[in-house]
Design a binder for this molecule. Sequence first.
Ligand code: GAR
Length: 218
Amino acid sequence: MMRLVVLISGTGRNLQAILEAQRLGRLQGRVCAVISNRPDAAGLQFARDAAIPAITLSHRDFPDRDSFDAALSQEIDRHAPDFVVLAGFMRILGSDFVQRYRGRLLNIHPSLLPKYPGLQTHAKALANGEAWHGASVHFVTEAVDGGPVILQGQVRIRPDDTNDSLADRVMREVEQVIYPEVIALACAGRLQMRNDQVIVDGKVLTAPLQLDELRTEH
Ligand code: GAR
């Protein structure tokens, strides 16, 4: 069984989906700890409900990014994870941290990367009149929201969409589906990163996997 540490900052709906996949026996792995940089993160409750250590490490208690990152990696390493899963973890991690977990560090981002890195992705997609929006799971490298993409899922933008309606649909129809899928692949030993490229089942991915393709395969 692969060991996972999940990092959150907020509501934890991605964490919730990962724990549900674990509960249903879909992961050859288990979440060993959940760490939040915010003491009030609602998502910590999902960990407590599943009897998983729910740990707070507030970045406010540290003078700078490097000292927070160092304390965070010390806490992570106590749980000896095979993968570190960023699930709405809203802190930029320094390059020492990223190097340390290279190839074992996953993130989900609410856009069809490389479009709309950063914040307010839903508002930007709406403002630009996009027909499609979605989310991406990627390996983390030094480039913020820039590491190689593993799996994406899309939703069609509706004429009456608001920021909230779009964010909600992306969360429920894409994020909560694609993150458990990728983590299942990782836990099955089918997913690696080599030379900043994604390898699935020993083959280099030339383009991100698409949720629709996975659905038709199953
Ligand atoms: C999710 O939409 C996630 O994709 C996003 O934060 C939200 C967290 O929600 N992450 C980023 O924007 C990272 N750049 P959650 O706490 O309910 O999973």
